[in-house]
Each structure stands twice: as C-alpha cells, then as structure tokens.
Design a protein. Structure first.
Length: 88
C-alpha cells in the first residue's frame, strides 16, 4: 500500500490550535489598543465628538479587520500563523 503523505492528526490539531491562539491574540490586542486610543483621544477636548459607544464600535471594526486579515494570512501565508510575515 502506498501512503498519501498526509500529516498526522496530532500535527493538524497542534497547528490549528497554534493558529487559533495567534489569531485570537491579534484580534484582542487590536481591540484593546484601538479602544484605548480612541477613548483617550476623544476625551481630550472631544476631538471628533466620539461617544463612548462610537469608540467601542470603532474598536470593534478594527478588531473585525484584524480577524479578516488573519484569515487571509492563513489562506496566503503560513498555515499555522495569522501573520502575513514569513516564518511567524
């Protein structure tokens, strides 16, 4: 019998877990940084007149963009990383 050359189930699960952790970290970090930056900036003289919920919504949009980027990075880059950088 010939083998197809598929990776073991352990490797697939490990790679999927690594990818999920990497992507979740990037999305959460993007949300926190965007929310903090908008909320701090908006309070300084009401720059742009951003309300609290508008700031949170803007951070959510940034996090969603990060999620989409991570999914595209998996499709076009390293399979176990949400980064577009090679070797991550």
């Amino acid at each position: 019998m010939s083998t197809i050359g598929l990776p073991s189930s352990t490797t697939v699960i490990k790679d999927a877990k690594t990818y999920a952790i990497d992507l979740a970290e990037r999305v959460a970090t993007t949300f926190v940084v965007a929310a903090g930056g908008i909320l701090i900036t908006a309070d300084a003289g009401n720059i742009g007149h951003v309300t609290f919920w508008q700031g949170v919504a803007a951070a959510g949009v940034a996090a969603a963009g990060s999620l989409v980027k991570g999914i595209l990075a998996r499709a076009f880059g390293t399979k176990d990383s949400a980064s577009l950088a090679k070797g991550v």
